[in-house]
Design a protein around this ligand. Sequence first.
Ligand SMILES: O=C(O)c1ccccc1NCC(=O)[C@H](O)[C@H](O)COP(=O)(O)O
Length: 227
Amino acid sequence: MVGMLSRAIKKCEKNPVIAEVKVHSPKHGDLLRGRNEIDILRAYERAGAVGISYITESKNFKGSFEVFKKICSSTELPVLRKDFITSKEDVERTAQAGGSAVLLIARILRDDIPEFADFAAEHGLDALIEVHSEDELEFALEARRAMIGINNRDIAKLELDDGNVTVTEKIAPLIPDGFLKVSESGISSIDDLRKALQYTNAVLIGTAFMRAEDPEKIVRVFVEARI
Ligand SMILES: O=C(O)c1ccccc1NCC(=O)[C@H](O)[C@H](O)COP(=O)(O)O
């Protein structure tokens, strides 16, 4: 259904937290530690996550499209596919797999962003257009139907940087009302969460949840924290 993730964020009565089932981090290595993706998904559901993110890119993040499909068919929550999308076929496959949203990276797609965002909407998907700099924001603002994700890390560094919410603090005020904003990556504390939600409508967190001993407990703390 079109706009499931954006609608869930708008309706959310607690802190809108998109929780990522993240298999591998280029910096921290194996994040599953023998656990099962679906068990992590269930923990996130119980904790009140507003949506789920999953990276299908295999080389650096060890994701798999088959696991993405399994996650989509195993939950009622909207699922975002994160990958380095470069073709419309990839957008189509995301919709066919039951995804609710797809990541479109402004640095990669540049002037093609509006066309890809419209194509995603026509296929029932929310487009989350990712930016990391003011220059990239120019491309994102050309899209009509989209959410804007501010990546606190520089994707070119493939997570060897830690990311910093100051990127959100700098870029979010430049985004006009009417776009839903998501602060992504490098959020690991309640203080980061507070700063990010001061400027955006939702946060996307992976590593901090996957590294925690008890994923349900930590996600609940973030979802229910007083902001
Ligand atoms: O964000 C991207 O552009 C991206 C594209 C393809 C694969 C991975 C990508 N980035 C990594 C992530 O998506 C992060 O895992 C996610 O934003 C959560 O960040 P963190 O909480 O720092 O693990």
